[in-house]
Ligand binder design. Structure first.
Ligand SMILES: C[S@@+](CC[C@H](N)C(=O)[O-])C[C@H]1O[C@@H](n2cnc3c(N)ncnc32)[C@H](O)[C@@H]1O
Length: 518
């Protein structure tokens, strides 16, 4: 693919290079012997924090180079001896896709073991890239040109956003949707391999990823941002947007804002509102003394027929999930892809109550990290008693109101504000054999206190929903290994794991794991 001007459907090309921000190298290419010796001494503590983004990427680097090669480099202290200079242009061949959606590539001319992480490139492609940072056994680079595309994977006519290839939001617009779903399954497979500490025979075959009914126009929340005018900027007589004013989203690999007029993965009411708000911001930019992060939420109006856009953090949003209605405070958590919520909640229901039901199905549901009650309320018809817990007071108020809106009796469903681990002290009358625990924590996963209490409570089924499959795999491994190591008693087994695509065109994947006590 030759360098050409950036039109919709094209990758990051030469014309864009001058706009690229200058990045400082964090590591120098060569180190003195004493620095190498120090590195050798500190290498263990240097490794990234478990399950951090750096750690997830590091596991991809290790897989690409091979554990032996990595061990050798760590041993002889050459793991930071990058063969590349800052801003060096290199020709590379892509070997695989990392869990963050970026490509892992190797230099065609470099014999030393080293990888380069480059966004928007695909396996088997020959690319030209420019190094902007060196790290342990890998460098980061911007994609300059796809020299030889992989026609089996890449089809630029699929790309729907003119900023794809420079905006940090999406990674996969050039791929078919089935390929995106396959890549997300690979992420789940790798997460359990790398972070669960479970032997292969204890992890079931990861099921195919369930797709989102909407592949574009699905995002019900957008948060574009802009900076206040620079000190030297002066208002002009014209109404034109000054060059320094960028309203939009971050450029890939940077914290610089790109000017972006619309986002095709967001719903139409959000894009309409954002488009007119941009005009107002441009006209009034000199009234802003600080940068602003905007909020756009798709909501139903009072008639439940029309979609409207809510921009006030404190306003109430309304959404339907199947026959259930949900209200929540715009600034609080609610899943961002309404189109997939019926498939997701139905899947969880069917996983709890499989076709061949036991003679004694569960009757009680605990929804930990319940937000405004999505799982508690959609699953409530199948249980006699439901209890939810959540840290955010706003979300708990919303969950309580949502129970009323959906005519669920107060005697059947209760919500309380607090740390998730506190729920176990309040469900003493829930028989563990008759109870399902649903967990949907934030990206960092569950803390050890929660896992200890879960193990003490020991209910028959645990369904773990997560937007971070790496921390999910870590936590599931802790739960299974804890019961496995006990001499007697029932053990938790991992019955199924499956990805759900809540975020088409991006590398993110939601994962649902089902654990049973047998
Ligand atoms: C991924 S959201 C899931 C919310 C809900 N299950 C849903 O699908 O709408 C995670 C929720 O956990 C809450 N949270 C974070 N830390 C918590 C904690 N320590 N205890 C209880 N809730 C927590 C957040 O406020 C957020 O609402």
């Amino acid at each position: 693919m030759a360098a050409e001007s950036p039109k919709a459907g094209q990758v990051h090309t030469l014309e864009l290079e001058s706009e690229l921000p200058t990045k400082k190298p964090r590591l120098v290419a060569k180190k003195s012997e004493s620095k190498r010796a120090k590195k050798r001494r500190t290498k263990k503590t240097d490794l990234p924090e478990e399950c951090s983004n750096e750690d997830v990427l590091w596991r991809d680097v290790v897989a690409a180079l091979g554990q032996d090669v990595v061990d050798n480099a760590l041993e002889d202290g050459t793991e930071f001896d990058s063969p590349f200079e800052f801003k060096q242009e290199v020709e590379l061949e892509v070997s695989s896709i990392c869990s963050n959606g970026e490509a892992i590539a190797r230099s065609l001319n470099e014999t030393r073991p080293w990888t380069v992480v480059v966004p928007f490139a695909l396996p088997k492609e020959k690319i030209r890239a420019r190094i902007y940072r060196n790290a342990r056994l890998h460098s980061f680079a911007d994609l300059l040109e796809v020299i030889t595309p992989n026609p089996e994977l890449r089809d630029q006519s699929r790309v729907k956003c003119q900023y794809f290839g420079t905006c940090a939001g999406c990674q996969y617009q050039m791929l078919s949707y089935p390929t995106q779903l396959d890549l997300k399954r690979d992420v789940v497979v790798k997460a359990y391999k790398n972070f669960s500490k479970l032997s292969e025979d204890r992890v079931p075959e990861i099921l195919p990823t369930i797709g989102s009914p909407l592949e574009y126009g699905y995002r019900t929340k957008l948060t574009p941002h802009f900076e206040a005018p620079p000190k030297k900027a002066k208002p002009s007589d014209t109404q034109d947007k000054p060059d320094w004013l960028k309203i939009g989203f971050n450029r890939i690999g940077t914290s610089k804002t790109m000017d972006i007029e619309e986002c095709p993965i967001a719903t139409s009411v959000i894009n309409d509102e954002y488009s007119s708000a941009r005009e107002g911001i441009i006209q009034n930019i000199f009234n802003f003394k600080r940068g602003v992060s905007l909020l756009y939420r798709d909501s139903l109006d009072a008639s439940d027929e029309q979609h409207v856009c809510v921009t006030n953090q404190k306003a109430t949003c309304r959404e339907k999930v199947g026959d259930k209605i949900f209200e929540y405070v715009a600034g609080s958590f609610f899943q961002n892809n309404n189109s997939v919520l019926v498939p997701l909640t139905s899947y969880v229901r069917d996983a709890i109550f499989p076709a061949i039901t036991s003679t004694s199905p569960p009757t009680h549901l605990v929804d930990a990290y319940c937000g405004s009650g999505l799982f508690a309320i959609t699953l409530s018809p199948h249980f006699s008693t439901v209890a939810g817990i959540e840290l955010s007071q706003d979300s708990i108020r919303a969950a309580t109101r949502n129970a009323e809106l959906n005519s669920i009796p107060k005697e059947k469903i209760t919500f309380r504000a607090g740390d998730a681990a506190a729920i176990f002290a309040t469900v003493g009358d829930f028989h563990p054999n008759k109870t399902v625990l649903l967990i949907d924590p934030p990206r960092k996963g569950c803390d050890d206190n929660f896992i200890q209490q879960l193990l003490a409570f020991r209910c028959s089924t645990v369904v773990y929903v997560s937007c971070n499959v790496h921390t999910q795999a870590r936590d599931v491994g802790k739960i299974l290994n804890a019961t496995q190591n006990e001499e007697a008693g029932k053990k938790y087994v991992l019955e199924s794991v499956r990805g759900f695509d809540l975020f088409p065109q991006t590398a993110h994947v939601e994962s649902v794991a089902v654990l049973r006590l047998v």
